[in-house]
Structure formats: structure tokens, C-alpha cells
Write a protein that binds this ligand. Structure first.
Ligand code: ARG
Length: 457
């Protein structure tokens, strides 16, 4: 009987059963956190006089030795030791002898695994926040280069009103700003120590939970030991925040893909972020953007997966909860990768200003200008809307645009229209005059960009 918990068992599980129950294949990613948690725990056991100092020193030495080996990739994990916690404990005992078996005094794998995941997410969510901010900086830089670039703005995927291209790009800055806020805010609930909750009811040993929390850098501790071992909300939140982040990246990816088509050609992706076709030599595909759009699916899946795992689990720990990890690791890897790739893609893309200029000068996106012009001259806006609509219809029949109509043709619909209308119909005027707060007017976009800068570190 080699199992650390094997005392009450008469026979071993068969290896294929062990394999099904094991989490070591994926929870080995928690090795550093597991050792860190054990070091804090054993230090506390010493301070509290629960273990004699010499035992504590031996255990610490062993744990530090395992840490070094882990850093060098020298640890050999075994399926029969089920998970990272038992693997490390077994290695410790093999390394320093039976005294290693004292490490688990006053502790359970239930508070141990929760501690590991809290530590893990605390570290990695910081990385996510940093990457979001790096991407925001890149978007901001691109936007600054294109404040004066006029582009068509869309609703219903139809040309709506001319905008500053910077205004469009900055939308993604603000989405990411909210994502960043959400991840930062979630830290409050990641940054809690479950250690010392034991299996679920606490322990009879005179432990000091505040001390282990302090040693591990946690801001506070769970107030209820049962809550401590059964709470996985903080992982759900991470998956949920990641899902919304991916929604944003996916929307941006969709635009990048559309803008890269021959039909739009608003941007060109750098060769280093595109791929060719194995059969069609002319192709340059926005694969990275498509992949990010596609990977959004698995991130949503991981969120729904964990919510579903949790909904039927009674208190407290249930083995179901082992299913919290793979989705979390996968989501983390996916969002870190997606953020990195997207940042590079945007940094290196070229904006086709000529094409945008042409687009915006050959459409009806200045129709609102004419309606506003008439309204300013006293015509009720509803009427102005109708008059403009009629002129648009005339243009469509003639195959021309509003600015191509003669003054007489316009006057035929309303005597209020005068020569100065041509100035108003220019897309440049349409943008620069939209000076309401948060509007696309160049001056407003400059103000917006200054405000955005204040959100960055
Ligand atoms: N591998 C387990 C998990 O990931 C660790 C906790 C196991 N606890 C237990 N009582 N079986 O959830």
C-alpha cells in the first residue's frame, strides 16, 4: 500500500481507475504555489510550537530542495500519487524521511488546493492586467496617429456618419479599460487565504491563520472554514471576466478581418501577423484575428463548464471541484496569448488613409449634416429629415452624391438651402463640428485621448 491515505484500504485501485481520478497531469502547474503554501504552513507550525524547530528546519530544507528541482524541471510526477499535493508530500518524505509526514499536521488537501489556486490566480491576474495595459498603450498610440484620419462610421453595417478613425479605435481602449477594472476589482476576492480551514471544520491544533496569510501575502482570511474550502466563485469570476475580455477581442478581430478584405481595404496587416494559402498564391489571410475570434468559444465554454460543475455540489469540498482547474489554465493561456498577439497585430498594421478618404467622400454619410443644417435654419427636424431623404433619393436615381447636386436642385426641395451648404457637406466639417462631449469632433477626440492617458500607469 503506497498511497499516503492508504491505511483503511484493503486493496489498491487499478491503475486505470487511478488515472481517471488523478489531476497531476494538469495541477503540476501549481507546483510553486503548493511548495510556497507548505513553507508558510510549516513555518507557522514552528512558531506556534506545534512542531519542534528541528523538524520544521528539516521540512523547510526539503521543500526548498524540491523547489529548486521544480525550477530545473527535475521533478518526476507519478499518477499513483494523484495530485500535486500528494506528489510533493511523497517526494518530501522520500527526500528527508518520515519527518516529512509531519508537514500535513493541521492541514487538509482541501484548504491546500484552495490556497494554491488563490496564490496562482493572484500572480497570473496581475500579468493579465499588465498585458491589457500594454495593449491599451498600443491602441492609444495608433489612435493618436489617426486623429485627423476620417473614416466612415457604421450602424447596421451601413455607412452612418463620418468619424475620426481615432474615435473608432479608442472604443477598444475603453472596453479594455473596463476589463482591466474588472480584473483589478476581482483581486479583492482572489486575495483571501483559505489556509487553516482544514478539511472543512477547522482544526484542533493551535494554528495561526493570520500568520500564514501574512507569510503568503494575502490581505485577509476566509471567515468560515466551510466557505473557505468550497468557494470557487473567484475562479468563476476570472472565467467570466476573461469571457467578456474575449468578447471585446473577438469584436475587434471581426473588424480587423472585415477591414482587411479587398472590399474594404481599410487596413493592411503586417506579413508577420498573416498567413498565406497553400493553394491560392494571392492570399494573405488574417489568421491570427480569426483564431482569436474562434478561441473566444473555448473561453465561454470554460465559464459555462465551471458554473455547471458548481451548481449541484453540496457543501463542502467535493471531488467535482477538481474540474475547476483545466478550464482555468486553458483560459489563462488563451487570454495571455490572445492579448499578446493582438497587441502586435495592431502595432504593426498599416491604416490605408487614402482608401478611408475615398470611402468617406463617396457616400451619403453626410446626410445628417444636411438635415441638421435645415433644422438650424428653423425647419422642424422631422421635416428636415424628409427633405434630405428626398434629395438622397434623387441622387441615387442620378448616381451621384449630395455634394454633387446643383444649388437649384437642392432649392427645389427647400428654399432654405444656400451656397454655404457645400461647406457643411464636407466630411471634414461633419467630423470637426461634432463637438458634443465624447463626440467624434477632432478637438473632443484629443480631449478623450488625454483622459485615456490618465488611466494608464
Ligand atoms: N486534486 C484535488 C483537487 O484538485 C485536490 C483536493 C483533493 N481533496 C480531497 N479530499 N480529495 O480538487
Amino acid at each position: 500500500m503506497t498511497k499516503l491515505w492508504g491505511g483503511r484500504f484493503q486493496k489498491s485501485a487499478e491503475s486505470w481507475v487511478d488515472e481517471f481520478g488523478a489531476s497531476i497531469g494538469f495541477d503540476q502547474q501549481l507546483v510553486m504555489e503548493d511548495i510556497e503554501g507548505s513553507l508558510a504552513h510549516v513555518t507557522m507550525l514552528g512558531v506556534q510550537g506545534i512542531l519542534p524547530e528541528e523538524d520544521v528546519e528539516k521540512i523547510k530544507w526539503g521543500l526548498n530542495e524540491l523547489k529548486k528541482r521544480a525550477e530545473n524541471g527535475e521533478l518526476e510526477y507519478k499518477i499513483e500519487n494523484e495530485d500535486i499535493h500528494l506528489n510533493i508530500e511523497k517526494m518530501l518524505i522520500d527526500l528527508i524521511g518520515p519527518v516529512g509526514g509531519k508537514l500535513h499536521t493541521g492541514r487538509s488537501r482541501n484548504d491546500q488546493v484552495a490556497t494554491d489556486v488563490h496564490l496562482f490566480l493572484k500572480k497570473r491576474v496581475k500579468e493579465v492586467i499588465e498585458l491589457i495595459e500594454t495593449f491599451q498603450k498600443t491602441i492609444l498610440q495608433k489612435a493618436e496617429q489617426h486623429i485627423d484620419t476620417i473614416a466612415p462610421g457604421y450602424t447596421h453595417m451601413q455607412r452612418a456618419q463620418p468619424i475620426s478613425f481615432a474615435h473608432h479605435l479608442m472604443v477598444y481602449f475603453w472596453m479594455l479599460e473596463r476589463d482591466k477594472e474588472r480584473f483589478k476589482e476581482s483581486m479583492k476576492r482572489i486575495d483571501i487565504s483559505p489556509l487553516g480551514a482544514g478539511a472543512m471544520a477547522g482544526t484542533t491544533f493551535p494554528i495561526n491563520r493570520q500568520l500564514t496569510a501574512d507569510l503568503l501575502g494575502f490581505s485577509r482570511i476566509y471567515e468560515n472554514s466551510m466557505d473557505a474550502v468550497s468557494d470557487r466563485d473567484f475562479i468563476v469570476e476570472f472565467l467570466s471576466n476573461s469571457s467578456l475580455l474575449m468578447t471585446h477581442l473577438s469584436r475587434f478581430a471581426e473588424e480587423i478581418i472585415i477591414w482587411s478584405t479587398d472590399e474594404f481595404k481599410f487596413i493592411e496587416l503586417d506579413d508577420s501577423f498573416s498567413t498565406g494559402s497553400s493553394i491560392m498564391p494571392q492570399k494573405k489571410n488574417p489568421d491570427m484575428a480569426e483564431l482569436i475570434r474562434g478561441k473566444t468559444g473555448r473561453v465561454y465554454g470554460n465559464l459555462i463548464g465551471l458554473l455547471t460543475v458548481l451548481k449541484g455540489t453540496p457543501l463542502t469540498y467535493n471531488k467535482d471541484m477538481q474540474e475547476d482547474k483545466e478550464g482555468m489554465f486553458d483560459t489563462l493561456q488563451t487570454i495571455l496569448g490572445s492579448l499578446k498577439i493582438f497587441e502586435g497585430m495592431v502595432r504593426t498594421m498599416t491604416v490605408n488613409t487614402e482608401r478611408l478618404h475615398k470611402a468617406v467622400h463617396s457616400d451619403f454619410s453626410n446626410a445628417t449634416e444636411l438635415a441638421d443644417y435645415l433644422a438650424t435654419k428653423g425647419m422642424p427636424f422631422r421635416k428636415a429629415h424628409e427633405v434630405t431623404g428626398k434629395l438622397v433619393f434623387t441622387c441615387i436615381q442620378k448616381g451621384i452624391f449630395l455634394q454633387d447636386l446643383s444649388i437649384d436642385e437642392m432649392k427645389a426641395e427647400s428654399e432654405l438651402i444656400e451656397e454655404d451648404v457645400y461647406e457643411v457637406l464636407k466630411p471634414e466639417a461633419a467630423v470637426s463640428r461634432r463637438l458634443s462631449q465624447g463626440g467624434t469632433g477632432f478637438e473632443q477626440v484629443r480631449v478623450q485621448i488625454e483622459k485615456a492617458k490618465a488611466c494608464l500607469n
